[in-house]
Design a protein around this ligand. Structure first.
Ligand SMILES: NC(=O)c1ccc[n+]([C@@H]2O[C@H](COP(=O)([O-])OP(=O)(O)OC[C@H]3O[C@@H](n4cnc5c(N)ncnc54)[C@H](O)[C@@H]3O)[C@@H](O)[C@H]2O)c1
Length: 262
């Protein structure tokens, strides 16, 4: 699973808290496999932290500010990567948020915000990068979805469920439309992962963070939640030539939870 000489662009390469988020771990693992990694994030300091971990390990990285809700911002980042490195081999769309609430509380604005970030954000990145991959005759797109895009759990996040289901189907459509041009598109559906994002966005559903971790461990078929490195390793495989005939897959990385829930 080597990426020597490849250029990888990760949107959402920072972490929403201390420790390892899915995007941050994936960015670091791509670099460990030999790729030059562009870490893009709405929070430049978060992208810079990821990039500095990579360069501190002797890898190649560049941090850029990017907001996936803005086509101009996404286009500018893609243009900057092309100008500096001349190619983009892997596009990794990690950005995603949850929004909890009874449907009666969900305003049109709240619904649209989740769709804009989780679904249209990935579309904007793909729209900007695909012409580059088409010109190369090769590329790999990895969209970070969620098991919630395939099966329903008990969290009250309607827009999240809907946006991730749409992201899965968008990924399949990309796979079919661009497969003959050498571009593979796949999604990863993380299950119950112990990451900073969960502490920030899910813990409110439980008495406290410890109660959340116990409940999520107990709900996993392995007895333990996964972590960001589980997602990163799956992403590295899908990005590599070892996954050369894998296209249009929405891969659960969930310790088997989909077997119970599906
Ligand atoms: N942790 C889990 O249990 C779990 C489960 C299923 C799916 N996921 C998915 O994993 C992804 C997030 O994983 P993570 O651990 O890296 O989360 P994270 O929140 O730690 O990192 C996401 C990064 O995206 C950035 N970001 C937010 N909005 C942005 C925007 N508009 N433009 C650019 N950057 C933006 C944040 O600043 C942050 O650095 C999401 O797509 C999420 O749905 C996570």
């Amino acid at each position: 699973m080597q990426l020597t000489g490849r250029v990888v662009l990760v949107f959402g390469a920072g972490s929403s808290g201390p420790g390892w988020g899915n995007g941050k771990a994936a960015a670091v693992l791509y670099a460990r496999a030999g790729a030059t990694v562009v870490a893009a994030d709405r929070v430049l300091a978060a992208a810079a932290e990821t990039a500095s971990i990579i360069t501190g390990e002797g890898g190649q990285a560049l941090a850029l500010a990017a907001d996936v809700t803005s086509a101009a911002s996404v286009d500018a980042v893609v243009a900057a990567v092309l100008a500096q490195f001349g190619r983009i081999d892997v596009l990794h769309n990690n950005v995603g948020i949850t929004d909890m609430g009874d449907l009666s509380e969900i305003t049109d604005e709240r619904w649209a915000r989740v769709m804009d970030i989780n679904l249209a954000g990935a579309m904007r990145a793909c729209r900007a990068v695909l012409p580059i991959m088409q010109a190369q005759g090769k590329g790999a797109i990895i969209n970070i979805s969620s098991l919630a895009g395939g099966v329903i759990n008990t969290y009250p996040y309607f827009s999240y469920n809907a946006s991730k289901a749409a992201l899965n189907h968008f990924t399949r459509a990309l796979a079919i439309q661009y497969g003959k041009q050498g571009i593979r598109s796949n999604a990863i559906m993380p299950g119950l992962m112990a990451t900073p994002m969960v502490q920030a966005q899910i813990a409110g559903q439980y008495a406290d963070v410890d109660a959340m971790q116990r409940a999520r461990d107990a709900a996993s078929p392995t007895g333990k939640q996964g972590d960001a490195w589980d997602i990163a390793r799956a992403a590295l495989f899908l990005a590599s030539d070892d996954a050369g005939y894998i296209n249009g897959v929405c891969l659960p990385v969930d310790g088997g939870l989909h077997c119970l829930a599906g």
